[in-house]
Write a protein that binds this ligand. Sequence first.
Ligand code: GLU
Length: 403
Amino acid sequence: MDFTIISGFLDKIGKIMNLTEKELVLLKTPQRIHQAELELDGQKYPAYRIQYNDARGPTKGGIRYHWEVSFDEVKSLAFWMSLKTAVADVPFGGSKGGITVNPKELSQDQLQQLSRKWVQAFYRHIGPTKDIPAPDVYTTPQIMAWMMDEYEKLIGEKAPGVITGKPLEVGGSLVRDIATALGGIYVLEEAVKKVSLDKKTVAIQGFGNAGMNMAKLLFQSGYSIVAVSDSKGAIYNPLGLNVDELIHTKTQSGTVIAYKNGTTISNEALLELEVGVLVPSALSNVIHKENANKVKAKIVLELANGPTTPEADEILHQNKVLVLPDILSNSGGVTVSYFEWVQNNTGLYWKTEEVKERLREKMVVAFEKIWAEYENNNYDFRTNTYILAIKKILVAEKLRGRL
Ligand code: GLU
């Protein structure tokens, strides 16, 4: 991923919002960059923590383990976290971390050691009132538990609020496991009140935590899931896939394409299917200027971070496809992370329904605020979402006297 794409987009927004050069520079510059090289069994792994903006509170954001993790990617993701926490209206700034590693090639023991090493490298920079990590691509509740344990060992006291997305037994929150998908559902529910769908059909790209839970929840809400994919390819059945069987297949054989009741198609073809809703929930830049014109969905609900390039966004907007952007659609994850942190700090734990209700309220309010602006101007939904978030960050910067 290339930060210059974000930078170009910020220039465009800067013109719309009449931002000063100083404000633009602030938005384009991360506040603190931490890098390290982690050594394990003779191998070296680049590791990162980038704290992008803390004007609205302690920085917050996940840790990604992926072979494509790079400085530029972590920086982009940290920038998006700063906007996402503003959109979701949770009292945090934004950050992100990562390790350039293929976690599938590590044993459980190596995974644990590498995760502890990440904390050893960065523990002075994180903490419940400083910077709070969480899961992201290929990082799990188990990894969060190891990281919390390592942090507590290093500082010599308990600190469950240092990290979110933990297993329930060690201070996690109910609903956090499905929060990204559930938040997306709440956004979609509001969107279909505005843009009516003739077909309640869905194609989901990516079958990790977010994609899989999205398939389950949409299926339960009466949508027909006609296609899903993972890194090996996609499976398609116009009559609908059986989500429970699909999950069974994925856990048994490691890929959705082993599912029997459908035909295999390419990931590219999945994006171009004639469906009501397209849900990109894998990696970034999958909808770009070459394929945007072929997207036939009415709504694109972005569960992944950065799946659509700015050029594609413009094409989709012209084609009247409503793109519900990542920093809104997948903000359910960080919202329930915030609830987890509140519960850790107060020591009072909430019931499932309470978490869900609070999440719904946050998502509905965010959607409605952006929709009200969107209805009254010609900009696409993402531009309106960015404007809302940037305003909040800049107000906080000014109130602190830093701008
Ligand atoms: N990694 C998730 C995201 O990109 C969650 C971050 C968090 O919970 O802090 O939003």
